[in-house]
Design a protein. Structure first.
Length: 408
């Protein structure tokens, strides 16, 4: 492997993994739920495509995620360029990085794209000259070369960097170089950092790098979780379980954690994993209204499987607030496929507020057809007004036709 390739890998992975590019969104306003769920789904699917080497799929998914805008648009552009390069489309990758610079000139992902450009141009016979790079990058190149040639000498050098006054950026990249080694010495050092024993400032970074190693790191992370009181560290561990694929650890944390913010993070991460069986089990076990509400919010990101659980909650939940939230979220996650259930909910309920929740859900599902039908059949003036209000802001021909009919 060329030194520049090692350098690129260090630069790329020293950034937070995809799941940490933005905090998992809180399940509050309905419109935000829909946008965040779609964004999370595209990003998670793109990450999976990267992991499986499905470069064409990754390009498409991250392209769509970037078009959605929001907090993850910048990261999506970078990962799109990364996948394009892997697919053999170097020119497109360079253009995507240029797009990132134009649209997000202050993005934290610009360094990653710069490193990608270094590798692409190096392979094309037009390498970037070392003197054009910062001294820290030269140090990292030297460190990567030593790691490749003689790991026993590289690890002490990494330890020296981590304990020095070097920038946090260099330390993070050096930590990544260390994480590429499978040796016990290297992994023990990362474990020490993850426990906060040697460099507290790098603790969260080390946790995220451990998660990339998969389920083999799950027990270590769980042990760190149990022995720390630092909320930021605990949150990083919970989020890392998405990368390592450890839903059982999230369930354990959700059951035993007393901090409601951390319970919410565990639930939301389970939703992003599509762990609907675990979420339904937690929902049935808990007596907490707040946790149940968090689970209903977390199920949005689980897609069609989450819609099935939401449909069950909407049918069986006795608490009216939770039932209505489940009904509304069903419109987001289930889309028009949930329309028959939502129409039945409206028609079979005698509770005006439940009917209004069903109307809002049909609006979120973009189902103007059924809303028009309900409006025409509704005798209650208040409920009819609610339906018409929703139809009035839908850009749909059938809704517009009904508005014109009301004017006659």
């Amino acid at each position: 492997m060329k030194i520049t390739s090692i350098f690129l890998a260090a630069v790329l992975a020293s950034a937070s993994p995809v799941i940490f590019a933005a905090e998992i969104a809180q399940p509050t306003p309905i419109a935000d739920d829909a946008a965040q769920a779609k964004d999370s789904s595209l990003y998670a699917d793109g990450t999976k495509a990267i992991d499986e080497g499905r470069w064409s799929d990754a390009v498409d998914l991250f392209s769509r995620a970037a078009q959605q805008g929001g907090d993850r648009a910048e990261g999506a552009l970078y990962w799109k360029a990364y996948a394009e390069n892997k697919e053999g489309q170097a020119a497109r990758a360079l253009e995507t990085c240029a797009q990132l610079r134009r649209t997000h000139p202050k993005s934290n992902w610009l360094d990653e794209c710069s490193a990608l450009e270094i590798e692409i141009r190096g392979k094309s016979g037009h390498p970037v000259q070392p003197q054009a790079e910062q001294d820290e990058d030269l140090k990292l190149l030297a460190l990567a070369a030593i790691m490749q040639q003689d790991e026993s000498r590289a690890i002490p050098a990494i330890q020296q960097i981590l304990s020095s006054n070097s920038s946090d950026k260099l330390k993070e990249k050096a930590l990544f170089v260390l994480s590429q080694s499978d040796s016990k010495q290297a992994q023990d050092l990362i474990g020490q950092i993850a426990r906060g024993q040697s460099n507290p400032a790098l603790q969260v970074k080390a946790i995220r790098m451990l998660s990339i190693r998969g389920k083999q790191s799950a027990d270590l992370l769980a042990d760190i979780y149990q022995h720390t009181t630092n909320e930021a560290v605990k949150k990083a561990i919970l989020q890392s379980y998405l990368v390592s694929g450890s839903p059982d650890k999230l369930v354990e944390a959700a059951r035993n954690e007393s901090n409601p913010q951390l319970v919410r993070t565990a639930v939301q991460t389970l939703g992003a994993m599509g762990a609907t069986t675990q979420l339904q089990t937690l929902y049935n076990e808990t007596k907490s209204h707040e946790i149940k509400s968090d689970i209903i919010g977390g199920l949005i990101a689980a897609g069609p499987k989450g819609a099935e659980v939401l449909g069950s909650i909407a049918t069986t939940e006795q608490d009216p607030d939770l039932r209505r939230k489940a009904i509304r979220n069903l419109g987001i996650s289930g889309g028009q496929a949930s329309a028959p259930r939502l129409v039945a909910t409206y028609q079979n309920s005698s509770d005006p507020e439940t009917k209004k929740a069903a109307v809002e859900a049909l609006f979120l599902a973009n189902d103007a057809h059924d809303l028009v039908a309900l409006a025409k059949a509704e005798k209650d003036p208040a409920l009819k007004q609610k339906i018409v209000q929703q139809l009035s802001i839908m850009h749909d021909q059938e809704a517009t036709a009904y508005m014109l009919e009301l004017l006659k």
